[in-house]
Design a protein around this ligand. Sequence first.
Ligand SMILES: Cc1cc2nc3c(=O)[nH]c(=O)nc-3n(C[C@H](O)[C@H](O)[C@H](O)COP(=O)(O)OP(=O)(O)OC[C@H]3O[C@@H](n4cnc5c(N)ncnc54)[C@H](O)[C@@H]3O)c2cc1C
Length: 476
Amino acid sequence: MVNFNYSPVTEKVLEDLALILGKQNISTDEEKIESYSRDEVAPHLWKEKHVAEVVCFPESVEQVSALMRYANEHRIPVTPRGAGTGLSGGAVPAFRGIELSFEKMNRILDVDLKNLTITVEPGVVTSEINRTAASFGLLYAGDPCSGDASFIGGNVAENAGGNKVIKYGPTGGSVLGMEVVLADGSVSWFGGKRRKDVTGYDFVHLMVGSEGTLGIITKIVLKLMPLPAYVVDLLVPFKDIPTAMEFVPRIMLEGKVTPSSIEFMDGAAIRLAERFLSTRLPCDDAEAHLIIQLEGVDRETLSDDLERIGDLCLAHGALEVFVADNRNTRDKLWKARKSVAEAVWAYAPIQVANEDIVVPTSEVPELMAELDRIAREKSILYVSYGHVGDGNMHVTLYLEGETPDWKEILEDGRLELYRVVRRLGGTLTGEHGVGLKRAEYIPMFLDEAQIDLIRRVKLAFDPNNILNPGKIVPWE
Ligand SMILES: Cc1cc2nc3c(=O)[nH]c(=O)nc-3n(C[C@H](O)[C@H](O)[C@H](O)COP(=O)(O)OP(=O)(O)OC[C@H]3O[C@@H](n4cnc5c(N)ncnc54)[C@H](O)[C@@H]3O)c2cc1C
């Protein structure tokens, strides 16, 4: 039996934590605790309120190690937290205890131009890593839409995706090594600056996406690449979603190029983003839009690729091809794409929150057709957008106006959508993680043997079950 009985954070515990971290690095201020106990999942979606008992702000691996040793001995749950931009309740303290913020461990430790690596603490904001790499003419390829806010520790713990996965892979593809504090306080290095490593199990990539349940990440070594010299973005409107979806696989197959992004926004998504940002994009009355990003080492090759892909778009139903080839137009386009999630939350009156479903890319057209059918049959509205090149679609189901049974109606729609995703060989979450929000749906997607294995791996790393307990799989 897994034990979920924990010790409370008493005055004595607070005194001990102050000795470990320094008084200035712990807070019991109610407002602060409340705000650090949330991520971007709307709190009204939780069945009960989840609030930590204390927030801790370690400044070094030694402090994290001492804190974990103490929490393990006293059986106090610890929930690691990055910037709290998560969309699965990963940083929400399901069993109270200590909320462990990494905002004070925010240093870039080393840019190694011989090994092409950057070593960072977990509290560095993602876009700071992009900018630092770029200042050396290098690329850090992680590019989640939340990159101006999220921390790299949160990205690694969620294996965040984003806009460049089709070419460079998700965050995990850039992670070469990490320093980890285990549940009992011991400190270990998994991987390092080396590009190859099969010495033992691949713990680096077990930690990637482990959502703070297996260990605390205190340093990360990330891979860098040459920064592409030329980049161009195409905004391509289509009259309807099926035409756009059918076109996507042709980009690589017939266009003979791997774009760095193939993103999708439906008509509602682009119009909500425009309203949110008080801006206008061309052809915004179309029902489907693709953003295709191409990179090149020289102008000539890029302009050949651009012409070929542009012609292909027009031959397969594109209404127009708009080229964004300067900083201003490219920024405007990406600002719109990256603000869709917030725009949907701002204007969709009642919602079942952001879905993060993935299907094999060949099944995206059918997924979208089924989504439309479900919405019509159940009189639900939806907005869809996402990383279509990876088959990873974000769907928000919502109702216009309030009805007493809105939760049931939306839940019914969500379950039907999950059944379709499963039938198409897809899965529940592609980049936002399971966390607290999706754990109950895991048995629809993973068999009992795998769920049992996940529980056993978790308890092998964390026998006292103190690290972010209650997440990823159902435990009851
Ligand atoms: C507007 C918006 C757009 C987004 N776009 C994208 C997108 O394009 N792609 C994408 O993948 N996600 C996206 N997200 C989701 C979110 O930004 C990512 O999941 C991100 O990786 C979370 O980082 P964070 O620092 O906010 O982590 P948090 O939300 O604070 O925590 C996330 C998880 O990481 C764990 N954790 C944090 N730090 C550590 C550590 N040091 N050691 C161990 N575990 C740790 C936490 O316990 C938790 O389980 C978006 C979110 C928003 C609000």
